[in-house]
Write a protein that binds this ligand. Structure first.
Ligand SMILES: [Zn+2]
Ligand SMILES: [Zn+2]
Length: 251
């Protein structure tokens, strides 16, 4: 004799309706909304089409360090600094110039723990990299935070961005092989030379990375001192090529 199925028709019958109602409510609650103007978001981005189109993309830039350059210079131009003293990484790619409203978006993300902004900008960077056919590394390595800073802030913004990029571009993210061993003072307000001195010896590679080609992920590249210092540590540990991907580059 076959056993009766273990099912309560009254409960089963209501579950799909309830689930659908909850899903609808959640969808409405989390419906993508532009963080700059409040209009409905485009696709699954919290940014409307107009505001997205107005973001300052960084297409005219140094082909090595992505320093924004005047539009009239031909593609492939190197900035003075890269001609004079090339950075240790192979190439740095950034989606935006660090100009309005990018500082608002990144600043909000950094100091007010607004994860949706970081994810949104990470999605923009992923789209930009796809559009530009950026070469893909074996591994993404977010710039590590010093444990004390991580405790203060509660999260590492570079890791949040790397997670989005890893998901969108199907790349591995490594958050354990490298550590920030010096709690450096904030770089804001420091001159280029001071910044370089400030981050010297800040990173330690804890174990060999099982990847010949690593891309460092950060939020904003200012003078490039931090990512250069990390790139040097990685190259010294045996990594063959190091690139940098970041949301934005300061002019
Ligand atoms: Zn908008
Ligand atoms: Zn450059």
């Amino acid at each position: 004799m076959r056993e009766a199925p273990l099912q309560n028709p009254a409960v089963e019958g209501h579950q799909p309706v309830l689930r659908r109602l909850i899903e609808q409510a959640l969808q409405q609650f989390y419906a993508p909304t532009c963080v700059l103007c409040g209009a409905p978001g485009t696709g699954d981005l919290d940014l409307c089409e107009g505001c997205l189109a107005d973001l300052p993309t960084n297409r005219h830039c140094c082909s090595h360090c992505s320093l924004p350059l005047p539009a009239e210079l031909p593609a492939g131009t190197l900035c003075g600094s890269c001609q004079h003293r090339p950075p240790p990484f192979a190439v740095c790619r950034t989606a935006f110039r660090y100009e309005d409203p990018v500082p608002t978006l990144v600043g909000g993300a950094k100091y007010r723990a607004r994860m949706n902004l970081l994810r949104l900008l990470g999605q923009c960077l992923a789209l930009d990299l796809l559009e530009r056919n950026a070469e893909r590394p074996d591994l993404l390595l977010p710039v590590p935070l010093h444990p004390r800073r991580l405790r203060e802030r509660g999260y590492n913004q570079a890791l949040e961005i790397a997670r989005v990029l890893g998901r969108e571009l199907s790349l591995r993210v490594d958050k354990r092989s490298c550590a920030r061993v010096l709690a450096t003072t904030p770089q804001t307000g420091l001159e280029h030379k001071e910044r370089r001195r400030n981050v010297r010896g800040a990173f330690r590679v804890l174990r060999p990375l099982d990847a010949p080609w690593v891309t460092i992920v950060d939020d904003v590249v200012t003078t490039g001192s931090t990512v250069s210092e990390l790139a040097r540590a990685l190259l010294k540990s045996g990594v063959e090529r190091v690139d940098v991907w970041a949301l934005a580059r300061t002019p």
